[in-house]
Write a protein that binds this ligand. Structure first.
Ligand SMILES: C[S@@+](CC[C@H](N)C(=O)[O-])C[C@H]1O[C@@H](n2cnc3c(N)ncnc32)[C@H](O)[C@@H]1O
Length: 285
């Protein structure tokens, strides 16, 4: 297979459908208890493996139009909907989106699902959303520039992008799922591409096992890419996989979360000069 987006998209769509059948952690819907707590204002969600996103990173959620981007699995979308947002969950995997719809039906939540590629958001008009919530998933696409460009387009001026992504250091080492990322020998350079490294036969075997193709993007593509698309960064933290899952976590944080805003939008009275929103309405840097 080439490293083109289409071959990768169909491989990863099948891989995530497979992960749903296998009960992978990122495909397990939230409980009824989590939804009822969210309805009462007690909720938290993840952009990265373990640390919840700080509450001050969100705009007020009531009526806020949220795009949960590559965020299927019945997790963040239903929680944000229960907390009052108007949520569209967008994902490549039909099985992941079914998890969101099953939670929405079970809990009587309004939530829309749309299947597609995060690099192509033509399903949505310009300025359709106030918040894009994008948990770790851009490691499954070969190029980030279209993702940041499209995200910027669909956000309203003053809208917020919350993104989680892998620190590329994660891709320097042995990443074979069979050895469980426990072998810390430098093997690859960054940017890294499974689609370029693996032979056609290896890719076929990965597909049968439900292993997705991943890409280790540089920090320039991740952070510089958001800035180049026009975003202004207003928040940053690091997180890490469990040490049991990834030996590298003993030595360095391997995931990053950023908060960014699309400049513009009406200036709110009393808004904080830092641009960190506490009140209603879109933000302005
Ligand atoms: C690690 S999961 C993230 C969702 C999960 N709810 C979470 O808690 O982080 C990665 C998601 O990205 C989706 N995905 C992979 N490639 C995609 C693409 N090209 N476009 C849209 N979604 C994609 C997968 O189907 C999967 O649901």
């Amino acid at each position: 297979m080439s490293s083109d987006g289409d071959g990768v998209l169909s491989h990863n769509r099948d891989a995530w459908d497979h992960k749903v059948r296998a009960g992978n952690r990122w495909t397990r819907p939230v409980t009824a208890e989590a939804i009822s707590a969210a309805r009462e204002g007690r909720w938290e969600v993840l952009l990265t493996p373990q640390k919840p996103v700080p509450r001050q990173w969100y705009p007020p959620l009531a009526g806020t139009r949220v795009l949960a981007l590559a965020s299927g699995g019945g997790q963040q979308g239903p929680i944000l909907a229960a907390a009052g947002a108007r949520v569209v969950v967008f994902d490549a995997s039909a099985a992941q989106l079914r998890q969101d719809r099953s939670v929405a039906e079970r809990e009587g939540l309004e939530l829309e699902t749309v299947q597609g590629d995060m690099a192509d958001l033509r399903a949505f008009a310009e300025a359709s959303f106030d918040l894009v919530f994008h948990p770790v998933a851009n490691c499954f696409v070969p190029h980030l520039e279209p993702v940041w460009r499209e995200t910027f387009r669909v956000l309203a001026p003053g809208g917020v992008l919350l993104a989680g992504f892998a620190n590329p250091v994660l891709y320097l080492f042995d990443d074979d799922p069979e050895t469980g990322m426990q072998h810390l020998e430098v093997r690859h350079s960054i940017p890294y591409s499974d689609a370029e490294r693996l032979s056609v036969d290896q890719q076929r075997r990965w597909r049968q096992r439900g292993d997705a193709l991943e890409f280790g993007h540089s920090l320039e593509a991740q952070i510089g890419g958001q800035l180049a698309a026009g975003f202004v960064l207003t928040g940053f933290y690091e997180d890490r996989l469990d040490v049991e899952q990834c030996a590298l976590s003993r030595y360095i944080a391997n995931f990053i979360a950023t908060r960014a805003i699309k400049p513009g939008g009406p200036r709110r009275s009393g808004s904080h000069p830092s641009g960190r929103g506490a009140g209603g309405g879109p933000e302005r840097p």
